[in-house]
Design a protein around this ligand. Structure first.
Ligand SMILES: *Cc1c(COP(=O)(O)O)cnc(C)c1O
Length: 243
């Protein structure tokens, strides 16, 4: 035990490595349980995490980061090593311009107004932005996201915008919810994939991404078809909200 503590102190980042290895093993196990042979992407969620610790994750081989606060992202991004970044947090329309050319996907699209601004700003940069529609699968009032009943209609409206490409769905299930919630999310995802809304074409619809699963529930999420799990505290330890 003492030896372990010492080696953690020496490297400074032994805790991240240990967590990473545990998560990789869990992913493998959940994939096997579900009989899945495709891939699950591990995203490191970096809110409140210092650039040094983010770089440690990148050095371990994690090449996808999730940012959910615009200002913190802008302050930090030059201090960490190059990695792909997805924006995953609540996004105000007037902040889209700050991140539009700095991320490769926006997971948290839950209004047409926001999607319109993303498309407009992407157009100004000559980009097509990959987006996910955020679904409020638990129907929680405190959370953003489209109600499960309106997903198809919402996706159809997104497909009318010129500079976005709809890649799939994202959700934050209620903590401790039953697996039925994950199953329901998987059904919605598979339904839309199998029967794309009107207006879908090669340039605006590539429905291959289900962003579901965080530190407390990623194994269940993987069993129900998640393709990106978003892990913060499980990788970096509990967040220190004081800073
Ligand atoms: C913070 C956050 C996560 C990661 O949460 P953990 O429980 O720390 O893994 C995932 N997704 C979103 C949108 C978040 O804001």
């Amino acid at each position: 035990m003492m030896e372990k503590l010492l080696s953690n102190t020496q490297t400074g980042f032994g805790d991240i490595k240990e967590s990473y290895e545990r998560i990789c093993a869990d992913i493998k196990k959940a994939m096997a349980e579900a009989g899945r042979t495709d891939e699950v992407k591990l995203m490191a969620v970096t809110k409140t995490v210092t650039p040094e610790r983010i770089n440690c994750a990148v050095d371990l081989g994690i090449d996808l980061l999730g940012e959910n606060r615009v200002q913190e992202f802008l302050d930090k991004r030059d201090s960490y090593k190059p990695a792909e970044v997805h924006f995953i947090g609540g996004l105000q329309t007037n902040k889209v311009k700050y991140i539009i050319d700095k991320v490769t996907m926006i997971h948290s699209v839950d209004s047409i107004k926001l999607a319109q601004e993303i498309s407009r700003r992407a157009g100004q940069h000559g980009l097509v932005m990959d987006i996910l529609a955020e679904i409020n699968i638990g129907g929680e009032e405190s959370k953003g996201g489209i109600s499960p009943d309106s997903v198809r209609e919402f996706c159809g409206q997104l497909l009318e915008l010129p500079n976005i490409r709809l890649r799939g769905l994202m959700t934050i299930p209620p903590p401790g919810c039953s697996e039925e919630i994950f199953a329901q999310m998987q059904r919605i995802f598979e339904d839309i994939k199998a029967e794309p809304p009107q207006g879908s074409g090669e340039s605006n619809f590539k429905f291959d991404t289900l962003s579901m699963g965080m530190s407390g529930d990623y194994a269940a999420a993987i069993r129900y078809g998640s393709t990106i799990i978003r892990i913060g505290s499980g990788l970096f330890g509990y967040r220190n909200y004081i800073t």
